[in-house]
Design a protein around this ligand. Structure first.
Ligand code: URA
Length: 230
């Protein structure tokens, strides 16, 4: 989270007063006092206010059942951010772990723990994401083979890693991928001459979308769910 947010929330200052305290050199991180207000603070940082150590806010982890037409950023003037579905105070230091497109639905994870989210988003970890995909045209065995083998996406040099494909019916697939490229599933289906009608994420790693959560609802993750990400 941003340094000025941390200072404001832990010491009880306004954001303006927190920024002033930073500029005035009252705050030090690892002994340094020349710091910017927007410095990103991680749990392992030691932050001091006038020599007193500030304790970090507890890490928090949520799953949200994302509705369509909500955006996974805060920058779009035309669409509501998924963060508006959270209680305002809950939302302030959260970030989204692996975005979904505006029209995609399903499992979205949010946390204030950057190290935890890195384990999901780092390409090295190859964390699997499972999507229920509804198609415009019936899937062909040739297309399944291509998805399973890896696909050369337009404008990219490396083929996609092999996907796991389960055919529910000719128009519905459950597809599991271990990367997170831009619009990846949609582009993979375009590359095999099909088109995604709807995309719903059901699982990230071992964390499954809770069937008790209605669209737009969220809940904290259980200890088991949090610890399943390694
Ligand atoms: N792949 C896509 O194309 N869109 C998503 O929202 C997620 C994965």
């Amino acid at each position: 989270m941003r340094l000025d947010y941390l200072i404001a929330h832990t010491i009880g200052l306004s954001r303006k007063q927190a920024k002033k305290a930073i500029v005035d050199g009252q705050i030090t991180i690892e002994g340094m006092s020349k710091i910017k207000s927007n410095t990103q603070i991680q749990a392992e940082h030691s932050v001091y206010f006038n020599g007193l150590k500030i304790s970090m806010p507890h890490p928090r982890y949520y799953m949200l059942h994302k509705p369509a037409e909500y955006i996974c950023s805060t920058q779009d003037p035309h669409h509501e951010s998924v963060l508006t579905l959270f209680d305002y105070d809950d939302s302030l230091d959260l970030h989204i772990v692996g975005r979904l497109d505006l029209d995609s639905t399903g499992l979205l994870l949010l946390t204030n723990d950057g190290q935890w989210s890195h384990k999901i988003t780092s390409p090295k970890k190859q964390c699997c994401k499972i999507y229920q995909v509804h198609l415009a045209d019936p899937i062909t065995s040739q297309a399944i083979l291509q998805l399973q083998t890896g696909i050369q996406l337009k404008g990219e040099t490396k083929a996609t890693l092999p996907a796991t494909v389960e055919v529910i019916d000719p128009y519905t697939l459950q597809i599991s991928i271990t990367e997170g490229r831009y619009h990846q599933v949609k582009r993979m289906l375009v590359a095999v001459d099909n088109h995604v009608q709807s995309l719903h994420r059901v699982q990230i790693g071992k964390i499954k979308l809770d069937s008790e959560l209605s669209i737009g609802q969220y809940r904290p993750l259980t200890e088991e769910e949090i610890n399943s990400i390694r």
